[in-house]
Design a binder for this molecule. Structure first.
Ligand SMILES: Cc1cc2nc3c(=O)[nH]c(=O)nc-3n(C[C@H](O)[C@H](O)[C@H](O)COP(=O)(O)OP(=O)(O)OC[C@H]3O[C@@H](n4cnc5c(N)ncnc54)[C@H](O)[C@@H]3O)c2cc1C
Length: 283
């Protein structure tokens, strides 16, 4: 799996992977003083950066301090840098249900919280108890379920530029074999629509009561291409990078799909992937 994260050699001004929360706090202090904008990435699987990269600091919590996983009875404390795949398998091993669908999702737990990642009718918001985070001023904040709202591919924390450091989940105890069997079923169902060419998963959110792919397909857009970007023939809600696509190609193709679908069905498609501008307006 190769997400199409950053095409440019000038990817960003600063790329920082802190070794600890303390280092992260110091870094936030420095860049806030310098008025440098920052953007936090997980595994980058849901992102489209600009061709000129990002004029600011990119922070990634992928060092061991952010990849801890503690499981005690039915409760799990998980660093935001843990991959959803690891979380799915480790919790299944302990006979805990609630993360099975994550075994087929390529992102990190931090990214999953902010996008409320999900599949097969479930999402991470269903099993969250608390989210530990750092706000833009460097203050540590713990959000409980009453402080966060999750909806389809959306989490209220995304609007605050919060850095998620750890999440607390409550899962259901079940026979290990049943949980592992469900993982296999989910994976085999996803295998059927697996695309080998680089992509960022579903480009658009499903509008109410209809699948985005059906609208795109209905508008005759399968296989439509701009430069190296092409609407997948295998799954119409995926845009693949055939190797030389620029970010601009992908953005233009997204706009064409939105226009054509609106002309044909009167429905506006909202992007599920996050388009990161070269310059962030306000922070
Ligand atoms: C092939 C493929 C299949 C996919 N299938 C699915 C699917 O079935 N269901 C689904 O929901 N998604 C799917 N996705 C999308 C993606 O995997 C999820 O959205 C995932 O949760 C993103 O995680 P990430 O770590 O890659 O986040 P990124 O893409 O790096 O970031 C996503 C967002 O989260 C924010 N973020 C990341 N980490 C943190 C943090 N620690 N603190 C604060 N903000 C943070 C970023 O700023 C950004 O806004 C798929 C993607 C691909 C490539």
């Amino acid at each position: 799996m190769q997400p199409y994260i950053i095409q440019s050699r000038r990817a960003c001004r600063h790329f920082f992977k802190p070794d600890s929360v303390e280092q992260l706090l110091t870094f936030l202090d420095i860049i806030n003083d310098e008025r440098i904008k920052y953007f936090v990435i997980g595994n980058g699987t849901n992102l489209l950066f600009a061709d000129n990269g990002f004029r600011g600091a990119v922070i990634q919590l992928s060092k061991p301090a952010f990849r801890t996983l503690e499981i005690e009875s039915d409760s799990v404390i998980c660093g935001s840098g843990v991959s959803m795949i690891e979380l799915a398998y480790k919790t299944a091993e302990m006979g805990l249900s609630g993360c099975e669908y994550m075994a087929g999702l390529p992102g990190s737990v931090g990214g999953a919280i902010i996008t409320n990642a999900g599949a097969f009718g479930q999402d991470i918001g269903n099993v969250i108890e608390k989210v530990e985070s750092i706000d833009i001023t460097g203050k540590r904040i713990i959000f409980g379920t009453n402080d966060i709202s999750f909806s389809y591919r959306k989490c209220s924390l995304s609007q605050f530029n919060t850095v998620v450091t750890r999440v607390f989940l409550r899962l259901l105890k079940e026979e290990r074999e049943s949980v592992e069997k469900r993982i296999k079923e989910f994976l085999s169902s996803r295998d059927k629509s697996h695309i080998n060419t680089a992509n960022a998963g579903s480009v658009f959110k499903n509008p109410a009561n209809v699948s985005a792919w059906k609208l795109i397909d209905g508008a005759g857009l399968r296989n439509v291409r701009i430069g190296g970007a092409r609407v997948s023939d295998k799954h119409a809600n995926v845009i693949v990078n055939e190797g030389n696509a620029t970010s601009r190609d992908i953005k233009n193709l997204i706009e064409i799909v939105q226009i054509k679908v609106f002309e044909q069905f009167g429905i506006g498609l909202e992007t599920e992937i996050k388009i990161v501008p070269e310059v962030l307006d306000a922070q």
